[in-house]
Design a protein around this ligand. Structure first.
Ligand code: FE
Length: 207
């Protein structure tokens, strides 16, 4: 797979960061709990809120959705969400018959401008291998049981192309504003290991 180039994990950089973190903790300049909160913020809040805005716009505006599916990089750039690991984006749409799941089998390619930092499990070997060989089993472990007649499409991210899943719009959201719609779009739904949150707050019960 010579075409399958990935972003090399910055091992030297990671080590330097770890060393700095240890030093700061040791000197009492930061505390571990505060660091955890900071990382959680970027993994779960700041980054994925960008992607959620894109998804909500696609749900609310059919013309935007058409542009997004035709040329995701350009449509996402309309929000100003550009930058490293977001240069070449493809948005894949879930439908009642098709569920999309994204992975990077070789490392951790991930669309940073719309999703922020990848979660630890996304970078871990079990997810990277099993998402391809047993996607249905992986989804089940995330609490998403799909009917047998739903086709699961697995998309392997590379340095050239990164994916964002466009989840199905939950029913009962016809009167929702774009902001309200965005609040239903989770990071996991845009990776493809969950569905969007239902209006009553139920995880993934959107069809
Ligand atoms: Fe990769």
């Amino acid at each position: 797979m010579s075409k399958h180039r990935h972003t090399e994990p910055p091992s030297d950089l990671v080590l330097r960061v770890k060393a700095l973190e240890s030093l700061l903790l040791e000197k009492g300049l930061v505390d571990a709990a505060a660091l955890d909160i900071l990382i959680d913020t970027y993994e779960n809040k700041v980054g994925p809120r960008n992607g959620a805005k894109v998804v909500a716009r696609a749900w609310a505006d059919p013309a935007y959705k058409t542009r997004l599916l035709a040329d995701a990089t350009t449509a996402i750039a309309e929000f100003g969400f550009v930058g490293r690991q977001g240069e070449d984006m493809l948005v894949v749409e879930n439908t009642p018959g098709i569920h999309n799941l994204t992975v990077c089998t070789l490392c951790s390619c991930y669309p940073w401008p719309v999703l922020g930092l990848p979660p630890v499990w996304y970078k871990a070997a079990p997810y990277r291998s099993r998402a391809v060989h047993d996607p249905r089993g992986v989804l089940r472990e995330f609490g998403l049981e799909l009917p047998e007649d739903v086709e699961i499409r697995v998309w392997d991210s590379t340095a050239e192309l990164r994916y964002l899943v466009l989840p199905e719009r939950p029913t009962g959201t016809e009167s929702f504003s774009e902001d309200e719609l965005a609040s239903l779009v989770t990071r996991d739904a845009m990776i493809g290991v969950a569905k969007a949150t239902a209006p009553d707050g139920t995880a993934g019960a959107n069809t």
